[in-house]
Design a protein around this ligand. Structure first.
Ligand SMILES: CC[C@H](C(=O)O)C(=O)SCCNC(=O)CCNC(=O)[C@H](O)C(C)(C)COP(=O)(O)OP(=O)(O)OC[C@H]1O[C@@H](n2cnc3c(N)ncnc32)[C@H](O)[C@@H]1OP(=O)(O)O
Length: 256
């Protein structure tokens, strides 16, 4: 199984991507698992949902290039992108606290998953980057649209446009990372949630509904869908296919 869903004490549901050898890259099985975890998190016994990755090397390295490079056309790409985009919208609008527990490198779609969570806890000195631009595409799971909701738009636009890899410490200084920790573990989550966990879940849900109402009024999902469509258009073009081939050829030459 490429993911794990665990219910821990105090009503915390953990969704863990368990593809460490692929730096926790997202394939269709991981997408299905995240969808299941979000549905499970809606049940009354769950107070919060935590998304994390297996191991210490990576939180998530984005879409599985060895699986998704087979998607050649705009419509093939849009089918995959919109599948995950819908899941990230469900994650963003879950009426309970959601936390990305960033245990290692987060790039591409991995940053999009982290952005769909309400809060981000990251180990100091971890690398994060919306690197899609370096593959001649934009974000494609709605994560770029969500980033512009999470941080000051000029900062979000710079992060997306540079397609650079930053340290978690610098992203903490701009408010993208909510908590830096030395050790990424369940205790870090419990410390982060300590005060919130004393508040009745109906209050937490009501506050989350406040931001969801704003997103409904400002057509968040429509804006995320437009991002998916733009990404699909760029996906079909030669520069993207060349960039992915370059990554996969690097893999091959490494394997020799
Ligand atoms: C809309 C989202 C969009 C999409 O595709 O849907 C994206 O997410 S675009 C961005 C896609 N992701 C990437 O381009 C990241 C590629 N990976 C890396 O840059 C590095 O692997 C990194 C920085 C994540 C980790 O570097 P490190 O040196 O620690 O590990 P290796 O590069 O040696 O990788 C180990 C192993 O994992 C495989 N791997 C890593 N990332 C992916 C990936 N995204 N898809 C498939 N496979 C991946 C890598 O090929 C190595 O495999 P091996 O069989 O051992 O050669």
């Amino acid at each position: 199984m490429d993911y794990r869903i665990d219910v821990e004490g105090h009503g915390l549901l953990y969704f863990t991507i368990t593809r460490e050898s692929k730096r926790n890259a997202v394939n269709f099985q991981v997408m299905e698992g995240l969808k299941k975890a979000i549905e499970r998190a809606k049940e009354d016994d769950i107070k919060a949902l935590v998304v994390t990755g297996e191991g210490e090397r990576a939180f998530c390295s984005g879409g599985d290039l060895s699986e998704f490079h087979a998607l050649k056309t705009e419509s093939e790409a849009y089918e995959m992108l919109s599948k995950m985009g819908k899941i990230l919208y469900e994650l963003a609008t879950l009426p309970k606290p959601t936390i990305a527990l960033i245990n290692g490198t987060a790039v591409g779609g991995g940053c999009e998953i982290a952005t769909a969570c309400d809060f981000r806890i990251a180990r100091r000195n971890t690398k994060l980057g919306f690197i899609q631009g370096s593959l001649a595409i934009t974000t494609g799971w709605g994560g770029g649209t969500l980033l512009l909701e999470r941080v000051q738009p000029s900062i979000g636009l710079k992060i997306l446009s540079e397609a650079a890899v930053y340290k978690s410490d610098s992203l903490h200084s701009v408010g993208f990372i909510d908590q830096l920790v030395d050790h990424v573990n369940k205790e870090a989550v419990e410390v982060f949630l300590e005060k919130m966990s004393t508040i009745h879940s109906s209050v937490l849900s009501a506050y989350k509904q406040t931001i969801i109402r704003k997103w409904l009024e400002t057509n968040l999902y429509t804006r995320m869908e437009q991002e998916m469509r733009t990404c699909a258009i760029l996906w079909e073009r030669e520069p993207h296919h060349e960039a992915v081939a370059q990554f996969l050829n690097k893999k091959k030459s490494k394997a020799k």
